[in-house]
Design a protein. Structure first.
Length: 139
């Protein structure tokens, strides 16, 4: 018996329970060839809810969505005031700290966010706190 013929049943025996334990909605991620960057961009563009759009861009590295930076900037500018006025549950201080300061629409808002950002612990995805006035997020 060759090593390969012994290894194949072992791999199948290990992966089968894993495949059945994965949430069926996420099973496709095991076999997709889509890059993380493409997944982030497509998720942002196809999402109808602002909460989902924010989750796609602000919880991923900026390099994943750098190519649609202007699209994200326009989306933020169009909704920033409304998000603050509505005080949506998803638009909390933690999420706001993940928004690059250079994308925040007004200088007064950038100053306020910078001040708030300094009081939050750094995110695990950030190498340091992103509080510089021109510091891009996850460059």
């Amino acid at each position: 018996m060759t090593t390969a013929s012994a290894l194949i049943p072992s791999v199948i025996a290990i992966l089968t329970p894993f495949a059945f334990s994965v949430d069926s909605g996420h099973l496709w991620t095991l076999i997709t060839v889509q890059k993380g960057r493409d997944l982030t961009i497509n998720g942002f563009r196809k999402s109808e809810l602002n909460e989902h759009k924010a989750d796609f861009v602000f919880t991923n590295f900026r390099n994943h969505w750098k190519s649609i930076d202007e699209e994200v900037r326009g989306w933020i500018e169009a909704n920033w005031t409304r998000w603050h006025d509505e005080k949506s549950r998803w638009f909390d201080e933690a999420l706001q700290a993940h928004i690059p300061l250079v994308l925040i629409p007004s200088a007064a808002e950038r100053k306020r966010e910078k001040k708030a950002c300094l009081h939050l612990p750094p995110s695990p995805k950030l190498e340091s706190t992103d509080c510089g006035p021109e510091t891009p997020f996850h460059v």
